[in-house]
Design a protein around this ligand. Structure first.
Ligand SMILES: CC(C)(COP(=O)(O)OP(=O)(O)OC[C@H]1O[C@@H](n2cnc3c(N)ncnc32)[C@H](O)[C@@H]1OP(=O)(O)O)[C@@H](O)C(=O)NCCC(=O)NCCS
Length: 151
């Protein structure tokens, strides 16, 4: 794995591959501030990675442990990040910031101009992280959702 411009000593940052999904799901499942749902099965997430090749990221410790992960994709116009998590023992060392920067660089390479994230109401730690990284809330926008059904 190599992402030369976003290196953190003691860790390697690289693409999140389908083989990493069990460990990433374990990390996400243990992380307060994130919610997993029916779309977060290994099969659905493998389809997400297939549709957005090379954009999602993990960090591994030098011991080979997956300690951070984020899903990254785009729809041809805007990028999205989901499930950014750094294992509690590995926080405050720049890993979250490095994963996000690596994703934004990959999106820029794909010609995407802007990226969105979805923050759970009440996740103050997450809010402070995104603010520190110069992400701006869009109070004029709400997320609305409906289930997709066959006719
Ligand atoms: C948010 C999270 C990914 C940050 O990961 P991290 O590796 O600790 O972040 P970084 O070390 O890259 O921090 C970069 C900057 O963010 C800010 N920051 C990070 N965590 C913070 C916290 N708990 N409170 C306040 N500021 C914080 C700091 O300004 C930090 O800069 P500094 O190191 O100069 O102080 C991590 O805390 C986490 O996994 N949280 C739970 C999951 C979550 O909320 N994810 C976001 C969902 S939208």
């Amino acid at each position: 794995m190599s992402t030369p411009s976003h290196q953190i000593p003691g860790y390697q940052i690289g693409p999140l591959l389908a083989a990493d999904l069990p460990a990433a799901l374990e990390l996400w499942g243990q992380t307060a501030g994130l919610v997993l749902n029916e779309s977060d099965t290994p099969e659905r997430l493998a389809a997400y990675l297939d549709r957005n090749p090379g954009l999602s990221r993990i960090a591994r410790s030098d011991q080979g442990l997956l300690v951070a992960a984020v899903l990254c994709g785009h729809d041809g116009r805007r990028g999205s990040l989901h499930h950014l998590a750094v294992a509690a023992d590995h926080r405050q060392q720049g890993l979250g910031s490095a994963l996000v920067k690596s994703c934004l660089a990959a999106l820029a390479q794909a010609g995407i101009l802007k990226c969105n994230i979805f923050l759970l109401a009440g996740n103050e730690e997450g809010r402070q992280f995104w603010r520190s990284q110069n992400w701006s809330p869009r109070p004029a926008l709400e997320v609305h959702q409906q289930r997709c059904r066959l006719p």
